[in-house]
Design a protein around this ligand. Structure first.
Ligand SMILES: C[S@@+](CC[C@H](N)C(=O)[O-])C[C@H]1O[C@@H](n2cnc3c(N)ncnc32)[C@H](O)[C@@H]1O
Length: 203
């Protein structure tokens, strides 16, 4: 199936659309939180700085903030309605002091080199205007011994029923983009609906 790139703005700026997105994907974001909390625990992570680039409504980061009380968290996105939701959910979860949500472009992250111990990037690669630039930025802000987790939907016949999947990359395309970028070495794991990339567990 040929890749079909939707004409809509990749930034979820429309209030109604953002609200629907947050409602539909709440469980998914929490599941990613659970998954990465498990993986980080296995790697011995307890404290340090965690980035979610393209954090949406913030639920994955909030889950991690509740799991790792000694760590600090930063979420960036360009969608104002989603960032507002993220800020109010962090306050309700009593983690605001350690979780900062900021309006910023994933192609140009407002952080110095080697700033983060963990970087997450979920459901973003197929959506952003310049995937290579985003990956290079993630690599720049992540410490050499940091943990990188990327996940995205994969294009398949599911696109016939769920149009979003038509705009995704195949696993081979995702691998080629990762290889072309500055991204460090890691494992690409193909699932039925998603692929995941993660750096080796050196813990
Ligand atoms: C499919 S959502 C994924 C959100 C979140 N990672 C999740 O898993 O729920 C894509 C997000 O990317 C944001 N986005 C798109 N382009 C962006 C950019 N250049 N910089 C920052 N955020 C961007 C959108 O506003 C939206 O919140």
């Amino acid at each position: 199936m040929k890749r079909h790139i939707p004409k809509r703005d990749p930034v979820f700026s429309d209030l109604a659309f953002a609200g629907r997105y947050a409602k539909k994907h709440l469980k998914m974001a929490q599941k990613f939180g659970e998954e990465y909390a498990r993986k980080l625990t296995t790697r011995g992570f307890q404290k340090g700085r965690v980035l979610d680039s393209g954090c949406g409504f913030g639920e994955t980061l909030i889950y991690l903030a509740k799991t790792f009380p000694e760590a600090e968290f930063a979420g960036v996105d360009l969608s104002e309605p989603l960032l507002e939701l993220a800020i109010s959910s962090a306050a309700k979860a009593n983690v605001s002091g350690r979780v900062e949500f900021k309006k910023a472009d994933v192609h140009n992250l407002p952080y110095p080199d080697d700033h983060f111990d963990v970087a997450l990037n979920i459901n973003m690669l197929h959506l952003v205007t310049d995937p290579l630039k985003m990956l290079d930025e993630l690599e720049r802000v992540l410490r050499d011994d940091g943990h990188l987790f990327i996940a995205d939907i994969r294009r398949s016949w599911i696109g016939l029923v769920e149009p979003e999947f038509k705009s995704a990359f195949t696993v081979a395309e995702a691998r080629a983009i990762l290889d072309k970028s500055a991204t460090r070495k890691g494992m690409l794991i193909a699932g039925f609906l998603w692929w995941r990339f993660e750096t080796k567990n050196s813990g």
